[in-house]
Write a protein that binds this ligand. Structure first.
Ligand SMILES: Cc1cc2nc3c(=O)[nH]c(=O)nc-3n(C[C@H](O)[C@H](O)[C@H](O)COP(=O)(O)OP(=O)(O)OC[C@H]3O[C@@H](n4cnc5c(N)ncnc54)[C@H](O)[C@@H]3O)c2cc1C
Length: 320
């Protein structure tokens, strides 16, 4: 039986959405595997983390209790030692900024391979992890089979759709107090200052309205924000719109931006390059508004509207 360990990133509310996505995907899709999770938690988070994961369908939840502030050195040390002591076949981390910081360090400490930023995962008939990620600038999808153990991958937030599971088994919760030899640490984290980041969890919104280069100007891109304000949707942008300075990088969707999984994604003036489409493959419905009826996004949409994006936005705004 394959033993899978998911590192669960936490905040004051318990497990973060990106980690829950991996847990729920594994529990729902790899039924013959043993699915465990490990979280590094401070005492004050214990209750929230326990509550968020006790009904997730896991076999074992390891709470690695550590009250020090987040430090890459401490966290990668704790997880590496945990993996050495508790053998697993597969190890998965969400490719959040924190996950991307930890994963290569853990791979280096354990001298194992790492498939970073996967958009799909699977288990083959030999119980091996199939880790799929875009390659050659997003033109191909490569499925990588690591030869080192645990087979290790990071998974893009939003790439695996979260589905609530209805567990039949109880999760075994194990608390551990990892030892840290502070004399060996090379650095000490003194404090954190939280940046005022807008739209922290916009990637899971029900409706996302996105704009691309076809909007023609920053002024026209403002219509995306206006329609979002009126409808409660969240704004998003193609990379071109970001590079033109019309939108913040924090709302870019696609291979080098975010993956999103809304019920409805409306794309105005976006061509639908593969690198953009990879970020919206989990959207339930896509509507595209484009003057070119042959634009790739029109083939990938549930409703393709051949029209001027700016005029359509203005009409929708005046009717809202
Ligand atoms: C390694 C790599 C990573 C990348 N990562 C990303 C990523 O994360 N996200 C991303 O989006 N891209 C990414 N790209 C870029 C991607 O290849 C495309 O260049 C980009 O998505 C195009 O943006 P766009 O659709 O806004 O612009 P364009 O491709 O220029 O398309 C504009 C569209 O607007 C239409 N249009 C023009 N005028 C109007 C009008 N008045 N009304 C309606 N429609 C109109 C046009 O017909 C066209 O289809 C990446 C590229 C590489 C190489």
């Amino acid at each position: 039986m394959t033993k899978i360990l998911v590192f669960v990133q936490t905040d004051e509310n318990g497990a973060i959405k990106a980690s829950e996505e991996i847990v729920s995907y594994c529990v729902n899709n790899f039924q013959s595997a043993e699915i465990n999770a490990a979280a590094i938690v401070q005492h004050e988070q214990l209750e929230a983390v326990r509550n968020s994961l006790s009904n997730a369908g896991l076999n074992n939840l390891y709470l690695l209790i550590n009250d020090s502030l987040f430090s890459t050195e401490i966290y990668s040390g704790i997880l590496s030692e945990f993996l050495q002591e508790n053998g697993h076949d597969v190890f998965l981390i969400s490719a959040t900024p924190l996950g991307r910081e930890l994963a290569p360090r853990i791979a280096s400490r354990l001298d194992i391979g790492l498939t970073a930023d996967c958009t799909e995962i699977g288990i083959d008939e030999n119980n091996m992890l199939l880790a799929t990620r875009p390659t050659y600038g997003g033109k191909l999808m490569a499925t990588i089979l690591s030869k080192t153990f645990p087979q290790f991958a990071t998974v893009r937030p939003g790439a695996l759709k979260y589905t609530k599971c209805h567990p039949e088994k109880n999760t075994n919760i194990i608390e551990k107090y990892p030892e840290i030899d502070s004399s060996k640490l090379l650095s000490e984290v003194i404090s954190f200052q939280k940046k005022n980041v807008q739209n922290t969890d916009w990637t899971t919104s029900d409706i996302i309205i996105a704009g691309g280069r076809g909007l023609g100007s920053k002024e026209n891109f403002e219509l995306i924000y206006k329609l979002c304000e009126l409808t409660g949707a969240k704004p998003a942008a193609s990379r071109c719109a970001v590079e033109l300075g019309w939108a913040e990088p924090s709302i870019q969707v696609g291979q080098t931006g975010f993956s999103v999984s809304p019920k409805l994604y409306i794309a105005f003036g976006i061509s639908g390059a593969m690198q953009h489409l990879v970020g919206i493959e989990n959207a339930d419905r896509i509507i595209a508004v484009n003057t070119d009826k042959n634009a790739p996004i029109m083939q990938s949409s549930d409703i393709a509207v051949t029209a001027d994006a700016v005029e359509t936005l203005k009409t929708l705004i005046s009717d809202s």
